[in-house]
Ligand binder design. Sequence first.
Ligand code: NDP
Length: 329
Amino acid sequence: MYSSMEQQQAEKVKCLIIGSGPAGYTAAIYAARANLKPVLYTGVEVGGQLMQTTEVENFPGYPDGILGPEMMTDLQKQAERMGTDIRFGYVTSVDFSGKLHKVVVDETTQIYAEAVIIATGASAKWLGLPSEQRLNGSGVSACAVCDGFFYRGMDVAVVGAGDTACEEALYLSNLCPKVHMLVRRDEMRASKIMQERVKAKSNILVHWNTETEEILGENTVTGVRVLNSRTNQTTEIPIQGFFVAIGHKPNTDIFKGWLDMDAEGYLLTKSGSSHTNVEGVFASGDAQDKIYRQAVTAAGSGCMAALDAERYLSHKEFMESHNWTAVSH
Ligand code: NDP
């Protein structure tokens, strides 16, 4: 429990939003329009996962598609225009034990908020191989759009079989002579349309039932050793770049011990709402959604969180103005 002295000296805000993806910015737009004077902390990856995407074709309202970074810049501008105080900073810990919620930014700045909207998103998962860690940044990457350029004219591999892996493979197929897709089962999880696009590319070679055993190379990637789980045969594929696209992990570690979450770390919300188990703390976007995980659903849940926060705050204000203490929903 934090001390009241600590609280008196720190900045107090009505509504604090953590995260700058579609959920965070949408929450900010709604909260600002509801006069909650939101303060939004962007996190390190300003704009979130969409900053690493090329064309977004499925966000309603863009008949010709839009580049992910462009969409995030637009959302940021819209949130700012409505009056959101957007700050660069990374929330390193929280304390939800008091009436006001304490949020610590960059391990030093303490802020107390009446309502907190969590929109911290998710981050790329890694295979967990020592060679992957050793060669990260020297041939190993989790973002083709960010790093693909460095592998122009070279052969590369992509591990994974979801939409992200297909997207990465397609992107790389325009830069690299050969793209090896390493798929651990005999089918892909990706949507049919993405699978069709991959199939149509003659320089993408799909390796089915294939597990990555080790990424090869001392200081740079020279190949990958794979195991075919059907034949039990091990082979080495010469490559210079290795791209990991095996899904994501919610960025919720700082909320452990405070908020209810499932075994994978996705925040649990009360059915049909953004309410967490702590009053005044709301969860939105990929940090709480492991099913849909789309930009448009994240934006929708950011809107829900802002509306829930607004109702919570006006109810609280009403109760306090009548000297009633109980807060219920
Ligand atoms: P997904 O969870 O959908 O897919 C992860 C893939 O990685 C699966 O094929 C999985 O294999 C594989 N995988 C997981 N662990 C390993 C491992 N250790 N070794 C090898 N392979 C592994 O994640 P995505 O990031 O692809 O997609 C997330 C969400 O975002 C989805 O809902 C997707 O539709 C959406 N998305 C949409 C896009 C679009 O519409 N343009 C673009 C990108 C993402 P297995 O199938 O065997 O479990």
